[in-house]
Design a protein around this ligand. Structure first.
Ligand code: 2P0
Length: 347
């Protein structure tokens, strides 16, 4: 039998309405719905090749050139098992198909950006893995159906199955079958949206998202208010701001949600700190840029790390980037990713 091979890439997505908290740890079911913008895959992306061969004696995985033990990665195992199960069902329905489901896999994945530094590396990584194996297996699944599989690898990965503006609907079923990503708007809907990524630190974060969010779920009183009374309304308002291409509203909601996410981290016991002095200087700089413009032309957001992503519209690029150039302590600046260029899907 020949070696079967498929390669796929998936870009990073940066949440504008943050996922923080699980109601089911094993299935990666979130406590709230979230929204993100998928960055251009020209900039921050994972590329994964999956091969199947009868010469392979075990499943093997390499991440950024290092061999990882799949058997010690339960979420990776779950995702591979689910994809294999889907292929086995296809082969059962059509016995003329080559028997790929029974072959061992070799998977090689590379990120072109720092891993685990709050730049959504697991999101791009699991999305690329799911895309590559689904391509190898020729699965007929839609991006939303694949997002349910990617979610089980890493929650935020489900949103990287789409380009453009994406919602992860938390769902209500216990089996997680309705906890999935859907498109809010394609890339071309708001093509002037851009994102500048300020790399404040490429170091691995102290507290992983997976661990940190459950500390928050179990200890923060502010968190209960957030998931009950804040996020549900914000979810609807943000979708509307995207559909209406209302940048000031989109920006206000994005900054408010980043601030509340970091506030619930601080409200956790023990407290979780992801922002540092340079991050806070970036916030002040964006406030100053908006004050100088007399309107909101830039929005900051921070994930589980000190690195800053700033959303702005192309027509304001000069004002935003020249304002940011005053900022010290940022390496790799400015890494500008068009949030809205290229295709909606990738291979
Ligand atoms: C987000 N983050 O919505 C939020 C904002 C970090 C802060 O999704 O445990 O790596 O693998 O499901 O997806 C990071 O969480 O966590 C994350 P797991 P994940 O982008």
């Amino acid at each position: 039998m020949p070696t079967f091979s498929a390669t796929s890439t998936a870009p990073v997505n940066i949440a504008t309405l943050k996922y923080w908290g699980k109601r089911d740890v094993k299935l990666n079911l979130p406590t709230n719905s979230s929204i993100s913008v998928t960055l251009s895959q020209d900039d921050l992306r994972a590329t994964t090749t999956a091969r199947a061969s009868d010469r392979y004696t075990q499943d093997k995985l390499w991440l950024n050139g290092t061999r990882e033990e799949i058997e010690k990665k339960p979420r990776t195992l779950t995702v591979i098992n689910e994809l294999r199960k889907a292929r086995a069902e296809m082969e059962k329905a059509d016995p003329s198909l080559p028997g790929l489901a029974s072959l061992k896999l070799q998977i090689v994945s590379e990120n072109n950006f720092p891993t685990a530094a709050g730049l959504a590396s697991s999101a791009a990584g699991f999305a690329a893995l799911v895309n590559a194996v689904a391509l190898l297996y020729k699965l007929p699944h839609s991006p939303t159906e694949l997002s349910v599989l990617a979610r089980q690898g890493s929650g935020s990965a489900c949103r990287s199955l789409f380009g453009g503006y994406v919602a992860w609907e938390m769902g209500s079923k216990d089996d997680g079958s309705d906890s999935q990503a859907v498109e809010v708007a394609p890339i071309g809907h708001w093509p002037s949206m851009k994102a500048a990524v300020l790399v404040v630190s490429a170091a691995k974060k102290d507290v992983s998202s997976t661990a940190g969010m459950q500390v928050t779920v179990h200890t923060s009183t502010l968190f209960k208010e957030r998931i009950t009374n804040v996020v549900p309304q914000r979810f609807e308002k943000m979708k509307k701001a995207i559909i209406d291409r209302d940048f000031p509203e989109f920006a206000r909601l994005t900054m408010a949600d980043s601030n509340q996410f970091h506030a619930v981290c601080l409200d956790s016991e023990p407290p979780i700190f992801y922002l540092n002095d340079v991050s806070r200087a970036a916030i002040r700089t964006v406030e100053a840029i908006n004050a100088a413009a007399g309107k909101i032309i830039a929005a900051y957001t921070f994930d589980a790390g000190p690195n800053c992503v700033i959303y702005y519209l192309e027509e304001n690029e000069q004002a935003v980037l020249s304002g940011l150039s005053c900022l010290n302590g940022v390496s790799g600046f400015p890494q500008v990713s068009a949030a809205a260029s290229g295709d909606d899907r990738w291979s």
